[in-house]
Design a protein around this ligand. Sequence first.
Ligand code: SF4
Length: 98
Amino acid sequence: MYAGNLVELGSKADIFHAPAHPYTQGLLRAIPTLATDRAMPLATIEGTVPPIAQLPPGCPFEPRCSHRVTACARELPPLVEVRPRHWARCPVVNPHRI
Ligand code: SF4
């Protein structure tokens, strides 16, 4: 969920090992592991969640998304089946194995 919108739906394995939505990918990149370099700042997602009363007209993650294209700001993207039984509300980015 992001800003009140379902952004990704799938099995636990797909979500954790092949996230398709840039927000999910960013959340998972922010989880420190034993291999995380403690001398480096933790990964974050730039920006903040917009107020529910001031959501942008297109993808609610668009202001924070490093993958955005012009069309992302126009209308809420549909949920797209990116793999069997795995959906993401992003027509731009493909599942990313992490
Ligand atoms: S629809 Fe566009 S802005 Fe939204 S997550 Fe996908 S690439 Fe980013």
